[in-house]
Design a protein around this ligand. Structure first.
Ligand code: PEP
Ligand code: MN
Length: 338
């Protein structure tokens, strides 16, 4: 951390800042006097100094961070990307994971049909929302507990582990009793109470990027989960809000190599929610393989025109099967097991 003092900061003001740094017992400040500025370099544990309101102290012009604010999810200290076990499978850098299923659990018949389509296509996990975060309160809100029962049945029938969203801290126990992996949706990435509760539930967590979150904010959300004791975290890039209206969200494909540099956590892409329409799902999925993502999560529905949520972005079973074949071929080409 660097503390840049005002040009005319007094010796007393500089001494006061140094005293505050030393009072943490964890860091030291070193003063460099230039012609225009006096800079205090902080070494030691800058995390504790970052908690002090240094920028509010007299004589301070600004504070510049040098180290990253996240520790547990940082790449530092890890040779490679972590592999996260999820029930009978795992998500990590050796393999390429396909998660497929309906956006929402709408009925037993619809979910089982989509689950079998996912299984037939060679998917590793089944997705499906029982609790749905909808923009409109008049849209289908999910079957909730009945949806969990259907997901449990779909797992029994197909053997696929289940990933499903939990939206509210009060539901974590119920959802965790059924889910093999808990999904935090884009709208809840910054719900820190929920992040703590899902961490404590102990199940692997799929953390979607907030649609207006920077990569650092996304990693700080992961840090909240990690700090509460659960490091079984997989990140999911699902597109961000930009000025572009041709797609539902703008898939930030660059976030994948950035995450690789910054974090040891695996990261997957959700091309369906990024694009919002099915014609883009295949190209974005192949881009996910090429750029080194650890998997994709794809919406599938047997009758998209009747879907209660996100029909326009859902592939039909045959399309999913063809795409999975193309993904397998490309994954093989880039040296990933499928
Ligand atoms: C979903 O995956 O069902 C979903 C609601 O996605 P997101 O939170 O990315 O909008
Ligand atoms: Mn959806």
């Amino acid at each position: 951390m660097l503390i840049i003092m005002h040009k005319d900061a007094t010796a007393d003001q500089i001494a006061h800042v140094l005293e505050k740094i030393h009072s943490t017992g964890a860091a030291e400040g070193f003063v460099s006097r230039g012609e225009l500025h006096t800079v205090i370099g902080v070494v030691g544990d800058p995390g504790q100094v970052a908690e002090l309101p240094i920028a509010a102290m007299a004589g301070v012009e600004r504070v510049a961070r040098v180290s990253k604010p996240f520790k547990l999810v940082a790449h530092t200290g890890h040779d490679a990307t972590s592999t996260i076990p999820v029930a009978t499978t795992s998500i990590g850098p050796e393999t390429f994971t396909i998660i497929a299923g309906p956006c929402a659990v709408e009925s037993e018949e619809q979910t089982l049909a989509a689950a079998h389509a996912a299984k037939d296509a060679g998917a590793h996990l089944l997705r499906g929302g029982a609790y749905k975060p909808r923009t409109s309160p008049y849209s289908f809100q999910g079957l909730e507990e009945e949806g969990l029962r259907i997901l449990d049945l779909a797992r029994t029938e197909t053997g696929l582990p289940i990933v499903t969203e939990v939206m509210d801290s009060r539901d974590v126990e119920k959802v965790a009793a059924v889910a093999d992996m808990l999904q935090i949706g884009t709208r809840n990435m910054s719900n820190f109470t929920l992040l703590k509760e899902v961490s404590l539930a102990g199940k692997p967590i799929l953390l979607k990027r907030g649609m207006t979150a920077t990569i650092e904010e996304w990693l700080m959300a992961a840090e909240h989960i990690a700090k509460n004791g659960n490091l079984k975290i997989v990140l999911c890039e699902r597109g961000i809000r930009t000025f572009e209206t041709a797609t539902r969200n703008t898939l930030d494909i660059s976030s994948i190599p950035v995450i690789r540099e910054e974090s040891h956590l695996p990261v997957i892409i959700d091309p369906s929610h990024a694009a919002g329409r099915k014609s883009l799902v295949a190209p974005l999925s192949l881009a996910a393989v090429a750029i080194g993502a650890d998997g994709v999560m794809i919406d599938v529905h047997c009758e998209p025109e009747k879907a209660l949520a996100d029909g326009p972005q859902a592939l039909i079973p045959q399309e999913l099967k063809e795409l999975a074949g193309d993904i397998r071929a490309l994954a093989d080409h880039v040296g990933r097991r499928y």
